[in-house]
Design a protein around this ligand. Structure first.
Ligand SMILES: *Cc1c(COP(=O)(O)O)cnc(C)c1O
Length: 354
């Protein structure tokens, strides 16, 4: 049995994968594969419509917001956000490589203010005690720092429109969408297979920049056309819909949050009580989604051996990102608590043997 701790693309519920496979062979009994029908056909519009309505229902999205599905990944949003919102100045919280990449793109459109940064400490914490400049067009945050295992677990109050990259923690907890102007993310961490990007937009933040925005990079195009301006990523959207249905059936984001807290507590406790392993993120900034840990200095030479041992026990994807080293256990919604326990058993067994 495999325990899938991949950081992304990552684990999805087994029944979601199975139902996707069925639709690839025969979509809703039509005798056609979902891969060979028109996205404009009567079959597919209901898929997009239901996915949008489940987004709104599960995240409790208020009136005045649109949900769209795009290609290009979260990385395209790094430029699309400033293209659509940045007139003079934007503020960014620098909490990791993804935040930095987002800042780099924004610099092509105007002045970028770094509100705070934990770069000097290899992004081991979420900075505190900063203020948001009120004269900026928007304030950008990365709620979960997938590489470093830090997470912002509150919805900040911002005096200016707040934009959040929620690629790796969307649907992991309830959020107050009304605090945000835009929430975006690649779907491949906690929602669907790679290939679709979700964007939740407060409609009234658009239309305020003076530049020409290319049609495909203009949010308004995709809002006006219900994500059907061009061919959307049909299959990943369908899998997203199946996963959203699964989420709803299983108690929604409230139930996911409970489960995610239980998994994270279990693993962090094991790390904190270990003589061999130590967490890399500061405690108050710890992510529930990506749990990063290394071996203490005196055991460091055993890291490769532990990785081999864990792999032999069915652990998948626990090698840490090269910028942190050690290990990273990604514990997205679909990861069962039994997998976390299996990893802990593995750590304890290894520790005993050394
Ligand atoms: C993975 C990730 C990205 C990049 O997503 P792509 O869809 O590959 O462009 C951006 N931000 C965060 C927080 C991520 O985890």
């Amino acid at each position: 049995m495999k325990h899938n701790f991949n950081a992304g693309p990552s684990i999805l519920p087994r029944e979601v994968i199975e139902d996707t496979a069925k639709a690839v062979l025969d979509f809703q009994g039509e005798g056609l594969s979902i891969l060979e029908i028109s996205h404009r056909a009567k079959y597919f519009q209901p898929v997009v419509d239901e996915a949008v309505s489940l987004f709104k229902e599960l995240l409790n999205i208020p009136e005045g917001y649109s949900v769209i599905f795009l290609g290009g990944g979260a990385s395209t949003q790094f430029c699309m956000v400033p293209f659509n919102l940045l007139e003079k100045k934007a503020a960014y919280l620098n909490t990791g490589v993804w935040a930095k990449k987002a800042m780099k793109e924004a610099k092509g459109f105007g002045e970028v203010v770094e509100v705070a940064s934990s770069a000097d400490a290899n992004y081991t914490f979420i900075p505190k005690g900063w203020t948001i400049p009120t004269d900026a067009d928007y304030f950008h945050i990365t709620t979960n720092n997938t590489i470093y295992g830090t997470e912002i677990l509150e919805d900040f109050d911002s005096p200016i429109p707040m934009v959040a990259d929620m690629s790796s923690d969307i649907f992991s907890r309830p959020i107050d969408v009304s605090k945000y102007a835009i929430i975006y993310g690649g779907a491949q961490k906690n929602l669907a297979p790679a290939g679709v990007t979700f964007v939740i937009i407060k409609n009234d933040v658009l239309g305020k920049v003076s530049r020409y925005i290319p049609t495909m990079l203009n949010y308004q195009t995709h809002i006006d056309n219900g994500s059907m301006f061009n061919t959307p990523p049909v299959l990943p959207i369908y899998t997203a819909l199946l996963n959203l249905r699964y989420l709803k059936k299983n108690g929604g984001v409230e139930a996911m949050e409970k489960k995610n807290i239980a998994k994270a507590n279990l693993l962090y406790d094991a790390i904190d009580n270990s003589k061999m392993f130590v967490g890399t993120a500061q405690k108050e900034s710890r992510s529930r989604m990506n749990i990063c840990f290394v071996m203490k200095d005196e055991y460091k030479p055993l890291e490769d051996e532990f990785l081999k041992f864990a792999t032999s026990k069915g652990m998948v994807g626990v090698k840490g990102h090269r910028s942190v080293g050690g290990f990273r256990a990604s514990c997205y919604n679909a990861l069962p608590i039994e997998s976390v326990q299996a990893l802990i058993d593995c750590m304890k067994e290894f520790e005993k043997a050394h």
